[in-house]
Design a protein around this ligand. Structure first.
Ligand code: PMP
Length: 565
């Protein structure tokens, strides 16, 4: 937890001229209420869609990113690409001509360029031959004037994640700012360092909308850090650093996050296909393991490979001059068709078939009807109060992806995914600043619609389900997916809230869900601890649903003497 000491400690790290800087303020900063007539900023009054200055605080965009990243808006700084926060970190913490920064080598080139522009000396610490990080070796290079350490994980151009334990060791030992650039984290099977922020106020995480989110053209980079640091960055930045159009476009793309998730899935599976096929070529000496959206490949003759690709109109990056990268080209993972072209040009004989393709992705977006043998559906539901994406795959399982902006509600929805043994994605951008009502209710509606759609004809399903204990609490959930709606709720809570969700909203959630899943849902639970009671209900619901959606028969007959459900 942040203490006054943390703030003093961070303040002491700032350049003297920055400590008490007075930012440019706009009249709209000073005035919080909404006005009808804006005559404060010398704008042109005639509406062109862009005649007004953009929000200097990017409030709406940050709200969405806060839901997705599960971090409060106040911990997010948005810049013009990652370039802006990188540059600002030097301007905040490194007195020109009197300080140094320490980076791993090889790594992303912009850190040293921004250091040079800010007259900051660059110290490089080579990674191991296999691009592993040795914290002690790096720390031994710290000098008295070293203000910032730049780490990049997954690293560019090597592609690998750095060892988490080694990064933590650096965070424990170094007294200055430690930057972990996670530009490629969404392509890796690893947790972001965001969860470490409460423990390490000197940690700054960089992320970007340029890679996994596919918005490189918008130039939006994130620094996620202690509020003290994001506040100072905001005071130093140009006031209107992200245009109206870029903010709106980013909000539009972010509001349909499952499309980005699908594309990440395609890129990751293509990365593995490309790596496997390339490593079989005689002219390829090594394909380095990658946790990013590119591969570092060592060729016997990298010029020959570069030229042959170039002659067919394919451009890749020559990284052979970087530390430990002799003979290496960096190849970005493209679409399946683009990757086929790379393999063909390089002479791969039997090009392995691509797995997932965009075709599959596109048929899944929108609402798609369930199929008896692969029962999945997606729902996108947008109102003035919420924008929700839900996807279920009743016959697949992986870790649920849940973001609703309500931590306790996230936790409960995760119970449904885990204990039902289905793949469940729920991402909701809701008006949680007002209260939890619309987020909880609308999520139930979208989830009910999505489950109903995935069930399709209901042929072969078990149809019914049941109950379970949860420590001292006991929860019973009776479910019939027969198509008639009946809701019974016999659950009492001692308090008004559990975490950030009001207890009233739980019956509302299940009622809306039963209406949209078109089911009988009878829920009873009792116990001493509200958290246990409701967690028991969600788990029991998940188990009941698991039993009810399970295919029991040949998948052809409907479990009803009527022959339809
Ligand atoms: N960090 C790393 C490690 C990168 O490789 C890149 C781009 N190549 C960036 C940041 C830049 O991201 P942005 O487009 O947000 O400036």
């Amino acid at each position: 937890m942040k203490t006054r000491n943390t703030e003093e400690e961070l303040k002491a790290l700032l350049r003297e001229n920055i400590r008490n800087i007075v930012p440019y303020s706009t009249a709209r900063d000073d005035c919080q209420v909404r006005m009808d007539i804006y005559l404060d900023a010398n704008e042109n009054p005639f509406d062109s869609g862009v005649n007004r200055y953009p929000s200097p605080h990017q409030t709406e965009l940050k709200k969405m990113l806060s839901v997705l990243k599960k971090v409060p808006s106040e911990n997010i700084f948005l810049g013009n690409g990652s370039d802006e926060p990188i540059d600002l970190l030097f301007r905040l913490f490194c007195p020109p001509g009197r300080s140094s920064m320490l980076q791993i080598s090889p790594t992303y080139g912009m850190y040293s360029v921004a250091a040079a522009i800010n007259d900051v000396r660059v110290i490089s610490s080579p990674l191991g031959e296999d691009f592993t990080l040795d914290a002690d070796a790096l720390l031994s290079k710290v000098e008295a004037d070293t203000k910032i350490i730049f780490l990049c994980s997954p690293n560019n151009p090597s592609g690998n994640l750095l060892d988490r334990g080694q990064i933590l060791k650096i965070l424990d030992s170094f007294g200055g700012i430690v930057v972990v650039d996670e530009a490629y984290i969404d392509f890796a099977q690893a947790e972001s360092f965001i969860s470490e922020l409460p423990r390490y106020p000197r940690l700054v995480i960089l992320q970007t909308l340029s890679k996994a989110w596919g918005m490189a053209g918008l130039r939006i980079g994130l620094a996620i850090a202690d509020k003290f640091i994001t506040d100072v960055m905001s005071r130093v930045k140009y006031p209107y650093n992200i245009s109206v159009i870029n903010q709106l476009k980013a909000q539009e793309v972010l509001s349909e996050p499952l499309q980005a998730a699908d594309r990440i899935g395609v890129i990751v599976s293509e990365r593995e296909r490309l790596a496997k096929a390339l490593s079989g070529l005689p002219q390829v000496l090594k394909v380095y393991p990658s946790d990013a959206n590119f591969l570092l490949v060592r060729f016997r003759d990298k010029d020959e490979a570069f030229d042959v690709l170039m002659s067919k109109g394919i451009i890749v990056r020559d990284r052979s001059s970087a530390c430990h990268c002799e003979g290496c080209l960096r190849i970005t993972v493209g679409t399946p068709e683009e990757n086929d072209s790379v393999l063909e040009v390089l002479g791969v004989q039997d090009i392995p078939a691509g797995g997932d393709s965009e075709d599959r992705v596109e048929t899944e977006s929108g609402t798609s009807a369930g199929h008896p043998l692969h029962r999945m559906a997606s729902v996108f539901r947008k109102t003035g109060e919420t924008a929700i994406s839900v996807r279920v795959d009743l016959d697949g399982f992986r870790k649920p992806r849940i973001s609703t902006g309500l931590n306790f509600f996230n936790h409960m929805l995760e119970q449904i995914g885990c204990h039902c043994g289905i793949a469940l994605d729920v991402i909701c951008f809701g008006d949680t600043a007002t209260d939890d009502h619309h987020t909880v209710e609308d999520t139930a509606i979208a989830l009910g619609d999505c489950l109903y759609s995935a069930l399709g004809s209901k042929a072969g399903i078990g149809r019914y389900g049941f109950s379970l204990p949860m420590d001292e609490a006991e929860a019973s959930v009776l479910l019939d997916l027969g198509g008639r709606i009946d809701f019974l709720w016999d659950v009492k809570f001692a308090g008004d809230r559990v975490g950030d969700v009001s207890t009233q909203m739980f019956s509302h959630f299940f009622k809306s869900l039963s209406e949209h899943l078109k089911c009988n849902l009878h829920i009873k639970a009792a116990g001493e601890n509200d958290h246990h009671i409701i967690e028991g209900v969600f788990k029991a619901f998940a188990r009941a649903l698991k039993q009810a959606v399970k295919l029991e028969s040949d998948g052809l007959s409907v479990p009803s003497s009527k022959g339809v459900l």
